[in-house]
Design a protein around this ligand. Structure first.
Ligand code: 4NP
Length: 159
């Protein structure tokens, strides 16, 4: 398989994209593909650079066996277009913010993350930051589904 670099992006990089980062890393590790699939996450805002994931996101992920505790927030920059084959936005605002920085020469894949999900009820991963606690379990459901679809896509298209 060709080396494949994946970047998950949300607004703060403390709730949705670190959840996707940690879960996709766990799936990739389970399939012994960590030497060929490299994963990072970032936020379109610089509000939480250096911060660990939101404690609610960490607790929700831990309840399903995923450890996010070593991840730290960082901001998305235009140089990420030089480094990643897949840049995946959690919602349309994140996607628009990145499209505004996208060089015309970018040959990778910039889209909504849930384009790789099997379910059809959601196109975006809803921002759980200001919402009720069950927002974090919705995030996990959507992210697990999207990560499974993404891994299958990468296996099929980059072997
Ligand atoms: P995320 O959620 O984009 O999924 O990390 C948010 C985190 C922080 C804020 C908003 C959304 N905030 O306003 O600080």
């Amino acid at each position: 398989m060709q080396e494949t670099r994946v970047l998950f992006v949300c607004l703060g990089n403390i709730c949705r994209s670190p959840t996707a980062h940690g879960i996709f890393q766990a799936y990739v590790d389970r399939e012994n593909l960590s030497h060929v699939i490299r994963i990072e996450s970032a936020g379109t805002s610089g509000w939480h650079v250096g911060d660990p994931p939101d404690s609610r996101a960490m607790a929700a992920a831990k309840s399903r066996g995923f450890d996010l505790s070593r991840l730290r927030g960082r901001g998305f920059t235009a140089s990420d277009f030089l480094a990643f084959d897949y840049i995946l936005a959690m919602d349309n605002d994140n996607l628009s913010a990145m499209q505004a920085l996208q060089p015309s020469t970018y040959t990778g894949h910039l889209s909504l993350f849930l384009d790789f999900s099997q379910q059809t009820a959601y196109r975006e991963v809803p921002d759980p930051y200001y919402g009720a606690a069950d927002g974090f379990s919705t995030v996990l459901d959507l992210v697990e589904d999207g990560c499974a679809g993404l891994l299958e896509h990468i296996r099929q298209t980059r072997s």
